[in-house]
Ligand binder design. Structure first.
Ligand SMILES: Nc1nc2c(c(=O)[nH]1)N[C@H]1C(S)=C(S)[C@@H](COP(=O)(O)O)O[C@H]1N2
Ligand SMILES: [Mo]
Length: 420
């Protein structure tokens, strides 16, 4: 059966290639016969893998470079550390869980659904403990949101540092979450929902990663989520249940949640005082910097994604996002911010989610200083690195949303640089 089909399919492919040969066709139309077209191939001669061999699929081995990576010198131990999403190699907007960055303060824990308990206590009429099955019985919603660690791009404040968008901007992922609005569970417990109240949310891991969230946000769009991209959360993303705090810094997205206490003021835990706070030049701190401001970056070309095809049609591709809502426009500069062209959005951006943008150009083969600049629905425009340093000083670690520059040379090799 399959033998009968193959010759005709090959004939079709050959015809298709001829029709498609336009100005972008390169290697496939090089002079001389192409053995991939003219000769019988190995994979046409053997029987492929059966449907019983891969109960849960992993990427094909040719894609083995599209993986999370960490930077060893960044942290003292891989248990309290971070790795980075390979955003240079991904397209569209959804991050597969298997390569979405991880950030743990005391490692990823293995917590079975049967062992899961979520307590809601404090300023409530009836303190409640929910099992996993209980959570699944409340009306649920689906939303796509980005989660960005406040430290994303944090190594770049003092100058261009890490040569790869995976490392400069890869503390971000974007998934479709399924969960129950936090307000539903608070109502069930008869919580005091006055807007001067807060919720303090803890995880079941050793670090607990406790964070205080003002009631207004808790009642707005926060989800108690149990699925991501259609399947159960992976262990490293908080299985079986995590908090999703749209647009707000990743640290507030408490994983493996075990307790939500309704309190009358912020707890001021370690995670929201000594950490995740930006210190100005004069030593004072920027307090409660929850929302992730609009940001964008070109993912290709970039240091890990050089241009290999030479001059001619070139797809410049990147990501933009804003914790304040929708991305309304992204501009791209090819000359370090002197002139700008408005990019095409892959599709109209979702609120507080990654938006893909493209600039399709005819590259003349000359060196470029590539930049992207995002704008969101509030009218905010992503700042330059110098503008941000002027505002925040040089002590800052978190919330670096400045414009990134890649220098692309005539060979198409890209490098992390700064322009001023
Ligand atoms: N319980 C718990 N929740 C946690 C953390 C943690 O260490 N423990 N890390 C936080 C930080 S700093 C970030 S950036 C996000 C990262 O989520 P991810 O590991 O799914 O990428 O989870 C947050 N939630
Ligand atoms: Mo984080």
């Amino acid at each position: 059966m399959s033998d009968l089909f193959k010759p005709s399919r090959r004939a079709f492919l050959r015809g298709g290639a001829a029709v498609a040969a336009g100005s972008v066709a390169g290697a496939a139309n090089a002079a001389g016969p192409d053995p991939l077209i003219t000769e019988l191939q190995d994979w046409e001669s053997y029987l492929g893998a059966g449907v019983d061999e891969t109960p849960y699929g992993l990427p094909i081995r040719f894609e083995q470079d599209v993986v999370r990576r960490n930077v060893e010198w960044l942290t003292a131990s891989p248990i309290s550390s971070i790795n980075f999403t390979p955003i240079h190699a991904l397209e569209g907007t959804i991050t597969p869980q298997g390569c979405a960055f991880e950030r743990h303060h005391s490692g990823a824990i293995e917590l079975a659904k049967d062992d899961f308990r979520l307590m809601i206590n404090g300023l409530v009429d009836k303190p409640l403990v929910f099992s996993y099955e209980d959570i699944e019985r409340f009306p649920r919603e689906n939303h796509v949101y980005f989660c960005e660690c406040a430290a994303n791009t944090g190594m770049e404040w003092a100058g261009a540092q890490l040569n790869g968008v995976q490392f400069t901007h890869g503390m971000i992922h974007n998934m479709e979450y399924t969960g129950v609005p936090l307000r539903t569970l608070l109502a069930e417990a008869g919580a005091d929902m006055s807007l001067d109240k807060w919720v303090y949310v803890e995880g079941a891991d050793a670090s607990s990663n406790g964070r205080s969230i003002p009631m207004e946000k808790a009642l707005d769009d926060v989800l108690v989520a149990f699925k991501a991209n259609g399947e159960a959360l992976r262990m490293e993303h908080g299985y079986p249940v995590r908090l999703v705090v749209p647009g707000w810094e990743g640290n507030m997205w408490v994983k493996w949640i075990r307790r939500i206490e309704v309190v009358d003021r912020a707890v001021e835990s370690r995670e929201e005082t000594s950490k995740y706070t930006d210190v100005y030049e004069d030593g004072t701190a920027r307090k409660w910097t929850w929302v992730m401001d609009a940001k964008s970056v070109i993912t290709s070309p970039s240091p890990q994604m050089p241009i290999k095809h030479g001059a001619g049609p070139l797809v410049i591709s990147g990501l933009a996002w804003s914790g304040h809502g929708q991305i309304t426009r992204v501009d791209v500069s090819r000359n370090g911010g002197i002139t700008w062209e408005t990019a095409r959005l892959g599709k109209q951006g979702d609120t507080k989610a990654l938006t893909r943008f493209y600039l399709d150009v005819d590259w003349d083969g000359a060196p470029m200083l590539l930049q992207a600049r995002a704008m969101d629905e509030t009218g905010y425009v992503q700042p330059t690195k110098d503008q941000l340093r002027e505002q925040r000083g040089e002590n800052a670690v978190y919330h670096n949303n400045c414009i990134q520059t890649w220098y692309v040379n005539a060979e198409g090799v890209a490098e992390n640089v700064e322009v001023s």
